[in-house]
Design a protein around this ligand. Structure first.
Ligand code: NAD
Ligand code: UDP
Length: 324
C-alpha cells in the first residue's frame, strides 16, 4: 500500500554530502554557469555545503554530470541543460560566470563557438544580472596577458596578444568579456567582479587537458617516460583547485571591482615537477580527500597526491569500460 511504498522511498533516499542550514535571510540563490566543469563543480560543492541554493547551467561540452551527480535531487540544487549563447530567464541573487571551454584542445576545437560563448554568452549573463540586479563574478584568465613581456604580470599590465593567433578565440574572447563586464558596470551599474585565473589543477580536471601536470601524472601512472620539453629548467606555478574556489568566493564577497589575479605565486621548474610526481607515484602513496576543505593554501605534495589518486581512478574506470 501507499504508506509502505512511501516508507520504502524514504529508506532508499539518497544521502548527500552534509550541508549547513541557513535561514531565509542568509541563504542566497546562486547561479554557476559551467558548473558541471572542473572548477565549477568544486565551487558548487563549496556553495552547497555552505547551505545556499545553487543552480548549475551547463551545455556539457566539456562538463560532466559525474562531477555534480552527488547533488542531483537535493532540495537546494538545480541543474539546467542550457547553452548560454541563448538567453536565460531565471531569478538569482549572485552569478559565478564560468561557462567557457578552458584548455587549448577544447577551445581550439570550435574557435567560433568559443568566441560566441565568451561574447554572446557573457552578454546574456550580464543581461540576466541587469534584469534581476545580481552581482556577477566573471572567470577570466591569465591568458588575457597573452605572450607577456612582463614577469610576473600585475593587473595593470595590458597584455601582448595576437588577435589572429591560434589562441586568439580564447584570449580575445575573454578580453571582450572583461570589456563587457565593465561596460555594463558603467552603463547599467551592474556589480561585477573579474578573476584572472592562473593554471589550476586537481581532481576532475580533464584527461586530455594537455598541460604539464596531467601529462606527467598520466605518463607516470602508465609507466611511460615523462616528456620534458627542452632543458626542463623553465618554471611554472599551479594552484590547487580548492584554493581557487576560496579565492573566487572571497572576491565575490569583497567590494573590490577591478580585475584580480588568482594563482599560486610559488614557481617550480618542470624538472622538479617530473621528479616529485615520479617519486610520489613510485611510492604508491595513500590519499585522504577530507583535508581538501581546509581554509589553508594546499601544499603541493597534498594537492599532487589527491590529483594522482583521481587520475588513477579515471584510468581504471576507462580500462573497465574497454573490457566491457
Ligand atoms: P571546464 O571545461 O572543465 O569547464 C567549463 C564548463 O563550461 C564545462 O562544464 C562546459 O560544459 C561549460 N560550457 C562551455 N561552453 C558552454 C556554453 N556555451 N553554455 C553552457 N555551458 C558551457 O573548464 P574549467 O577549467 O573548469 O574552467 C572554468 C572557467 O575558468 C572557464 O571560464 C575558464 O576559462 C576559467 N579558467 C580556468 C583555468 C584552469 O586552469 N582550469 C585557468 C584560467 C581560467
Ligand atoms: N612541458 C613538458 N612536458 C609536457 C608538457 C609540458 O616539458 O609533457 C613543459 C612545456 O614545455 C612548458 C611547461 O612544461 O615549458 C608548461 O607547459 P604547459 O603545456 O603545461 O602550459 P603553458 O604554461 O606552456 O601554457
Amino acid at each position: 500500500d501507499l504508506e509502505e511504498r512511501l516508507s520504502n522511498i524514504e529508506q532508499e533516499r539518497k544521502t548527500y554530502p552534509e550541508t549547513k542550514y541557513l535561514t531565509y535571510k542568509d541563504k542566497k540563490r546562486i547561479l554557476v554557469t559551467g558548473g558541471a566543469g572542473f572548477v565549477g563543480s568544486h565551487l558548487v560543492d563549496a556553495l552547497m555545503m555552505r547551505g545556499h541554493e545553487v543552480t548549475v547551467v551547463d551545455n556539457f561540452f566539456t562538463g560532466r554530470k559525474r562531477n555534480i551527480v552527488h547533488w542531483i535531487g537535493h532540495e537546494n540544487f538545480e541543474l539546467l541543460h542550457h547553452d548560454i549563447v541563448n538567453p536565460l530567464y531565471i531569478e538569482v541573487d549572485e552569478i559565478y560566470h564560468l561557462a567557457s571551454p578552458a584548455s587549448p584542445p577544447h577551445y581550439m576545437f570550435n574557435p567560433v563557438k568559443t568566441l560566441k560563448t565568451n561574447t554572446l554568452g557573457t552578454i546574456n549573463i550580464l543581461g540576466l544580472a541587469k534584469r534581476v540586479r545580481a552581482r556577477v563574478l566573471f572567470a577570466s584568465t591569465s591568458e588575457v596577458y597573452g605572450d607577456p613581456e612582463e614577469h610576473p604580470q600585475s593587473e595593470d599590465y595590458w597584455g601582448h596578444v595576437n588577435p589572429i593567433g591560434p589562441r586568439a578565440c580564447y584570449d580575445e574572447g575573454k578580453r571582450v568579456a572583461e570589456t563587457l563586464c565593465y561596460s555594463y558596470m558603467k552603463q547599467d551599474n551592474i556589480d561585477v567582479r573579474v578573476a584572472r585565473i592562473f593554471n589550476t589543477y586537481g581532481p576532475r580536471m580533464h584527461m586530455n587537458d594537455g598541460r604539464v601536470v596531467s601529462n606527467f601524472i598520466l605518463q607516470s601512472l602508465q609507466n611511460e617516460a615523462l616528456t620534458i620539453y627542452g632543458s626542463g629548467e623553465q618554471t611554472r606555478s599551479f594552484q590547487y583547485v580548492s584554493d581557487l574556489v576560496d579565492g573566487l568566493m572571497a572576491l565575490m564577497r569583497s567590494n573590490y571591482t577591478l580585475p584580480v589575479n588568482l594563482g599560486n605565486p610559488e614557481e617550480h621548474t618542470i624538472n622538479e615537477f617530473a621528479h616529485i610526481i615520479k617519486k610520489i607515484i613510485g611510492q604508491c602513496s595513500i590519499t585522504n580527500h577530507s583535508a581538501v576543505w581546509s581554509g589553508y593554501v594546499v601544499p603541493m605534495l597534498d594537492g599532487l597526491n589527491w590529483t594522482i589518486a583521481y587520475f588513477r581512478d579515471e584510468l581504471q574506470h576507462a580500462k573497465r569500460k574497454e573490457n566491457f
